[in-house]
Design a protein around this ligand. Structure first.
Ligand code: BG6
Length: 486
C-alpha cells in the first residue's frame, strides 16, 4: 500500500557534528533507510565533518556500529550496509578555525544538490555559515539545515537568525522541528484539508475544546545541564506543541506550499493570547523508590525548572474565540503517549431519555502521534441487540498499521522524511525564521513572569499524569483531561 519510491536528485550532504549523538542515532540510520528503500540515488554522497582527527575508514566503522546499535535490522542486510558506507567520506574540520575547510571545498561537487546539516551547538552556526562562504563552498542553491534549540529566547533566536541571514537567504535555511516530520502530523493536514467532513465543523461553534498531550516516560537522562536551563516550556512547548497547535488552528492555506502554509501558522502564533499565571501549572518529578528525582537527575538541589507543564491557551480570532486549547507535556509520566483530541460540543438537544446509556454525547476526534499512530473518531451509536434504544460511544478507529498493512513499518521516520525534503528543496515542513521568533515572543513573557514570581514547580509522582493542580486547571472549566495511556 506504500507508494513507489522515487529517487531524489543526486546530492552531497555534509553533516557537521557527524560523530555526535543525533547523527549516530537519527541522521545516519535515517539516511541508510532511505538508501535501502531506493530513495537515495547511487551518486549521492554523505560527507561527515567534525573536529576529531580520523580517516574515512574509521568514520565508516563508527557509522557501521551506530547502525548496529540504533537500527538492529540493518544487520540482516550486510551487503547493503557495505554499499551504503561506500558513499560516506570524512573530513576533519575546525569550525572556529581554518583547518580542513580547503579539503572540504575540494570534496563537495558543485554539479549536484549541496546540503549542509549543522548538527552542532547553535553557538557554532554563525562560524560555519561564514566559513562556507569564505572558503567558496556555498553558492546560491546551497541549503543549510539547523536543529533546535533555535535560541533560548527571542533575543538569542534573533541573533541566530541574523548570523545565518548574513550568509544565506531564508529559502536556503531549513529549520528542523522533527514533530513536523511525523507521519500523523502531516496526516492532520490531510484530514483537515482533504475531506469535506471536518472543516465546516472546525471552529468555536462546534468544537468545545482541544487537548494536546505529549507525555513521555523518560526523564532528562544525560541531558541534565541543557534541560535544566530550558525546562518543558522551552524544550517542548515553544516548538513541538506550538507547531501542533498551529496545524490544528490555522486557516486553510490556499496551496500546500511552503510560504502559504507557514503564513497561516504564523497568524495563529500571533493570535495567541498571553496566558494568565493561574492558567499555567508547572511540575517537577519527585523521587520514586530507587529512581532519582528531577533535581537529582540535573544535579541541582534548588532547581525551579519544570519537567511538566500544563496550560490553557486561547487563539483570539473569529474561528476560535471561546474554544480553549489545553496543552500539556511532561517527563516521567505514566505512558509515552502523544495525541491531539478535538472534543466537539454536545448535541444541542437530546431526543433520548436520561438513563438510555451515555449521558453526555460528544464526538471526539483523536489524532494519535505515538505510539499506534492513527486517527480515531468517537461516535455515539445504538447499543446492538434487544432492550430498546440504549446508546453507547464507540470509536471509529483507523490505526495506520491496521489500515495500511505491514508496509506502514517502512514509512520514513521524521528525520529521514525531513532530510529528503531538504534535498527536494521543499520547505513546507520547516520553520521559517519569523515563525520561530513569534513563538519566542509569546513564550518569553510567560517565563519572565514565573521567574519574577519565584514560582516553584509542584512536585508530582513519577509514573503519574502530572501534578494534581494540572487536573484542577481543566476541571475548573467543567472538563477533564483524557487518560494518558498507550
Ligand atoms: C526533543 C526534546 O526535541 O523531543 C526531548 O528535546 C524530547 O526532550 C523529544 O524527549 C521528544 O521527541 P519524540 O519524537 O520522542 O516525541
Amino acid at each position: 500500500m506504500v507508494s513507489r519510491v522515487i529517487p531524489v536528485e543526486p546530492f552531497d550532504l555534509v553533516i557537521f557534528g557527524a560523530t555526535g549523538d543525533l547523527a549516530r542515532r537519527k541522521i545516519l540510520p535515517g539516511l541508510f533507510r532511505r538508501f535501502a528503500s531506493g530513495q537515495m540515488p547511487e551518486e549521492a554522497r554523505i560527507i561527515g565533518a567534525a573536529r576529531s582527527a580520523m580517516d574515512t575508514d574509521s568514520f565508516r566503522q563508527i557509522i557501521r556500529d551506530a547502525l548496529q546499535e540504533f537500527m538492529p535490522s540493518s544487520a540482516k542486510t550486510p551487503d547493503l550496509v557495505d554499499t551504503f558506507l561506500e558513499r560516506l567520506a570524512y573530513v576533519t574540520v575546525d569550525a572556529m578555525g581554518s583547518a580542513g575547510w580547503e579539503e572540504l571545498a575540494g570534496l563537495v561537487r558543485k554539479d549536484v544538490v549541496n546540503a549542509f546539516y549543522f548538527s552542532v551547538a547553535p553557538s557554532l552556526f554563525g562560524a560555519l555559515a561564514e566559513r562556507l562562504h569564505s572558503f567558496g563552498i556555498a553558492h546560491d542553491n546551497t541549503r543549510i539545515v539547523v536543529e533546535k534549540p533555535f535560541g533560548h529566547d527571542l533575543k538569542t533566536a534573533q541573533a541566530l537568525n541574523n548570523s545565518l541571514a548574513a550568509h544565506f537567504t531564508e529559502k536556503q535555511i531549513y529549520r528542523i522541528d522533527h514533530y513536523l516530520g511525523k507521519e500523523t502530523v502531516q496526516n492532520l493536514m490531510a484530514i483537515r484539508f482533504g475531506n469535506m467532513l471536518f472543516e465546516p465543523l472546525w471552529n468555536a461553534q462546534f468544537v468545545d475544546h482541544i487537548q494536546i498531550t505529549v507525555a513521555e516516560t523518560v526523564g532528562v537522562g544525560g541531558r541534565g545541564s541543557y534541560y535544566d536551563q530550558s525546562g518543558a516550556m522551552r524544550d517542548m512547548v515553544q516548538n513541538h506543541l506550538m507547531q501542533l497547535l498551529c496545524l490544528i488552528a490555522m486557516e486553510p492555506p490556499s496551496r500546500f506550499e511552503p510560504d502559504a502554509v507557514r503564513d497561516e501558522k504564523l497568524k495563529v502564533i500571533r493570535a495567541l493570547d498571553s496566558v494568565e499565571p493561574h492558567h499555567i501549572v508547572r511540575g517537577q518529578y519527585d523521587a520514586a523508590e530507587g529512581v532519582a528525582s528531577y533535581r537529582e537527575d540535573v544535579d541541582n538541589p534548588r532547581s525551579r525548572t519544570e519537567s511538566f507543564i500544563a496550560m490553557r491557551c486561547q487563539v483570539s480570532n473569529w474561528r476560535w474565540a471561546g474554544t480553549p486549547f489545553y496543552l500539556r507535556t511532561g517527563k516521567r509520566l505514566s505512558a509515552r503517549a502523544s495525541e491531539i483530541a478535538v472534543v466537539f460540543k454536545e448535541t444541542p438537544h437530546s431526543i433520548f431519555q436520561e438513563g438510555d446509556g451515555v449521558s453526555e454525547h460528544r464526538n471526539i476526534l483523536t489524532i494519535r502521534l505515538q505510539p499506534n499512530e492513527g486517527i480515531e473518531m468517537g461516535v455515539t451509536i445504538k447499543e446492538p441487540g434487544p432492550g430498546g434504544m440504549r446508546l453507547v460511544d464507540v470509536p471509529l478507529d483507523m490505526t495506520f498499521a491496521d489500515a495500511l498493512g505491514p508496509d506502514v513499518e517502512d514509512v520514513p521516520d521524521a528525520y529521514e522524511r525531513l532530510i529528503m525534503d531538504v534535498i527536494r528543496g521543499n520547505q513546507t515542513l520547516f520553520m521559517r525564521g519569523d515563525e520561530v521568533e513569534a513563538a519566542w515572543a509569546w513564550t518569553d513573557p510567560l517565563i519572565d513572569s514565573w521567574t519574577a514570581r519565584h514560582d516553584v514547580p509542584k512536585l508530582y509522582d513519577q509514573n503519574s499524569s502530572g501534578p494534581v493542580d494540572a487536573s484542577a486547571l481543566i476541571q475548573r472549566d467543567g472538563r477533564r483531561w483524557r487518560d494518558i495511556r498507550t
